[in-house]
Design a protein around this ligand. Structure first.
Ligand code: HEM
Length: 476
């Protein structure tokens, strides 16, 4: 008898909680949520939602089909998470800029642990603002312009080694090494070769395990990556100790992180410094490598455009005494056509196809409810490939950038408080590499496979296998 009474009470309690839930939410936040409906769309199967549909095809087709059916805002469920996807410039601006305080960045816990929980892109609010100012300053044009001769050196040694090998190289893989070296340069300035090698070796293991299944089973890629991540902390700790001992006051990113003091005079902990260094290497490497790989492919596929870019670069090369003098910042600002090629490459490739945020409260957008805790995804690629904003969006046409795109329609580096602080460095690396590539080398893409491979960033098939020659030794 007692049990029956208990069950009845339990059911009454459960039902009353359930029925009063919307009311409680309304009372609590003064937000009349019953007036708003969820965005259109399908939540798919219980728990798995539409995960299979998303991962069994090109993700862009999944998003595009939904956009055609439901419009600029629609709901779905991926990997157990209810999501709202946003495919219009206004909606992306709402989430990333004007109402950014209502949405926080969100990443799977396993990824956060792998990079390090103090990395700035996991944060929102005061800590993020302070760290971001420092990172932005370290990557601002006035700082990175001083890196030009060193970036030229890194670019030329990479090109020379590809040409000297005579082998077919995996362009994406080699560009990863190039962007890693530039990343190290911007963080540490001139780092002792031994440290660089150790960082590179362990970072590569972290990179390999980053997208693997998160398990602590010894021998698994994830477990190996976690151990390598710990070793990275030890190496960074040694570098920091050495700097402190030598009392070096460097003006690179590490120097700024070490000198940082907040208004209470608090400095950053070694973990905070390490997580941010690994975070920046991570944010910089595959993105920039994928970007430059696409540029090589687009130039290779359009011989007329390549000739025009060559002519622009050759004029700068001649004015630098046949390449004997270093490029200047002013010269990189005058590479008008090459710069448009980069912008069009960023649009076409849309390397960060979308980003994730999480609603921190119930939010209303154009009469729709975005419930607290739901993921929100501004779809950059869909906006970049929408014919309303970019005519014939599938054509590679740098001339479209002779006119500035409509506001908020071009976001290869994101928008708002988390927009990419490395965007100028990424473009500078690309301009420098292209300058030396087209003035001194030739390259040929090997194989005829076209299409995109996601890993998870979009990369040309097989990483764009290619062969390089020095111009003086080109085959006729
Ligand atoms: C073509 C290359 C690159 C692309 C396409 C790219 C794209 C992006 C995008 C879209 C975001 C915003 C993500 C969001 O809102 O969730 C972002 C953030 C970020 N990027 Fe980049 N990025 C590139 C290169 C770099 C480089 C070279 C660095 C550093 C050296 C860098 C460092 C960062 C950092 C630290 C953030 C986080 C900023 C924050 O949360 O405040 N990125 N990037």
């Amino acid at each position: 008898m007692e049990t029956i009474v208990f069950i009845i009470l339990y059911v009454i309690l459960f039902l009353s909680t359930l029925l009063s839930y919307p009311f409680l939410r309304k009372q609590k936040r003064g937000f009349p949520i019953e007036r708003y409906k969820l965005p259109p769309g399908s939540m798919g199967w219980p728990y798995i939602g539409e995960t299979l549909q998303l991962y069994s095809q090109d993700p862009n087709i999944f998003f595009l089909t939904k956009q055609k059916r439901y419009g600029e805002i629609f709901k779905t469920q991926i990997l157990g998470c209810p999501c709202v996807m946003l495919a219009s410039p206004e909606a992306a601006r709402f989430v990333l800029v004007t109402h950014a305080h209502l949405f926080k960045p969100t990443y799977p816990k396993s990824k956060e642990m792998m990079i390090g929980p103090w990395a700035l892109f996991f944060h929102q609010g005061e800590y993020h603002t302070r760290l971001r100012k420092l990172v932005q300053y370290s990557l601002a044009p006035d700082t990175i312009r001083k890196l030009i001769p060193d970036i030229e050196h890194i670019a030329l040694s990479a090109l020379d080694s590809w040409a000297a090998s005579g082998q077919v190289i995996n362009t994406f893989y080699e560009m990863k090494k190039f962007s890693f070296d530039v990343g190290i340069l911007s963080i540490f300035g001139h780092l002792d070769g031994g440290y660089k090698e150790k960082l590179e070796e362990n970072y590569r293991i972290v990179d390999k395990g980053y997208n693997s299944f998160p398990t602590k089973i010894p021998g698994s890629a994830h477990h190996k990556a976690l151990r390598a991540r710990k070793r990275l902390n030890q190496i960074l700790s040694e570098i920091i100790r050495e700097r402190k001992e030598k009392r070096l006051v460097e003006k690179d990113l590490l120097g700024h992180l070490l000198n940082f003091k907040d208004e209470k005079g608090e400095t950053l902990t070694e973990d905070q410094i390490a997580d941010n260094i690994i975070g920046i290497l991570f944010a910089a490497q595959d993105t920039t490598a994928s970007f430059i790989t696409w540029i090589l492919k687009f130039l290779h596929d359009d011989p007329k455009l390549l000739e025009a870019v060559k002519a622009e670069q050759k004029a700068i090369y001649e004015s630098n005494n046949g390449g004997k003098e270093h490029l200047t910042w002013a010269q990189t600002r005058k590479m008008t056509l090459t710069y448009r090629v980069l912008l069009e490459g960023l649009r076409m490739a849309s390397i960060i196809s979308f980003t994730f945020r999480e609603a921190v409260v119930d939010v209303e957008y154009k009469g729709y409810l975005i419930p607290k805790g739901w993921k929100v995804m501004p779809l950059f690629r869909n906006i970049h490939h929408n014919p309303e904003f970019f005519s014939d969006p599938h054509d590679f046409d740098p001339s479209r950038f002779e006119v500035a795109p409509k506001p908020n329609t071009f976001m290869p580096f994101g928008n708002g408080v988390h927009a990419c602080p490395g965007n100028e460095l990424a473009k500078l690396e690309a301009l420098i590499l292209i300058h030396h590539l087209v003035t001194k080398f030739r390259w040929e893409v090997v194989g005829s496979e076209s299409g995109i491979q996601y890993g998870p960033f979009p990369v040309p098939q097989q990483g764009l296998p290619a062969r390089f020659w020095k111009q003086s030794s080109c085959p006729s």
